[in-house]
Design a binder for this molecule. Structure first.
Ligand code: URA
Length: 199
């Protein structure tokens, strides 16, 4: 069975309630990342958000606090949301491809990502956002199934049926390459326009 169908299949068995799903995730032992995590990082934000951000996986601060994007990259993400899109961080939903920190912040393995993906698929189904922003290549790859590099696809609007997918650079990349912030700013303005199309 193709991977995309398998992960949708697996998410069908999960609860149709975000808080119950959070509890399921907090006890998850399905992959090796569960052995080294401090806390699972389920995701947070408006359960009815029209805009959702998906990162790669928790870092050190996220692992300690159990909250997504609270370290330096998170501070930048918050500024991106509040200064460019001009909405409060609390009004969006933020999650990751994997819910447990990969040791030394390495990229999650395909096995880890595909094992964890049904949780994210269920979150997407329940929140039902209009637009999902894939932060970086890992999020884009697992959400779209496309292996194109992030530089090639950033700023595109991909119709995924249930939502529009917009890939852009990960805030950690922007911390290392501040000159790329202007491209992300353009992507964020495009996202703001997409959200306002019918308002
Ligand atoms: N980077 C991510 O991809 N996710 C987080 O939650 C924090 C940093």
């Amino acid at each position: 069975m193709p991977l995309i169908e398998r992960r949708v299949d697996a998410s069908e068995a999960l609860p149709d309630d975000l808080e119950i799903l959070r509890k399921v995730v907090s006890g998850c032992r399905l992959c090796a990342l569960s052995k080294t995590r401090t806390k699972t990082v389920f995701g947070e934000g408006n359960p009815h958000a029209t805009l959702m951000f998906v990162g790669e996986g928790p870092g050190a601060q996220e692992d300690i606090t159990g909250r997504p994007f609270v370290g330096r990259a998170g501070e930048l993400l918050t500024k991106m949301i509040e200064n460019a899109i001009e909405i409060p961080r609390e009004s969006v939903y933020i999650a990751n491809i994997v819910k447990c920190r990969p040791p030394n912040n390495r990229v999650p393995t395909p096995e880890e990502a595909y094992t964890c993906l049904p949780y994210l698929m269920k979150q997407i189904e329940l929140v039902s956002p209009r637009v999902i922003v894939a932060l970086g290549a890992t999020a884009y790859h697992y959400l779209s199934g496309d292996r194109s590099g992030i530089t090639k696809v950033r700023g595109e609007v991909i119709d995924m049926g249930a939502y529009l997918l917009v890939p852009t650079y990960h805030p950690s990349y922007l911390l290392r390459n501040p000159s790329a912030k202007k491209e992300v700013y353009q992507d964020l303005l495009k996202i703001k326009r997409l959200l306002c199309e019918n308002c």
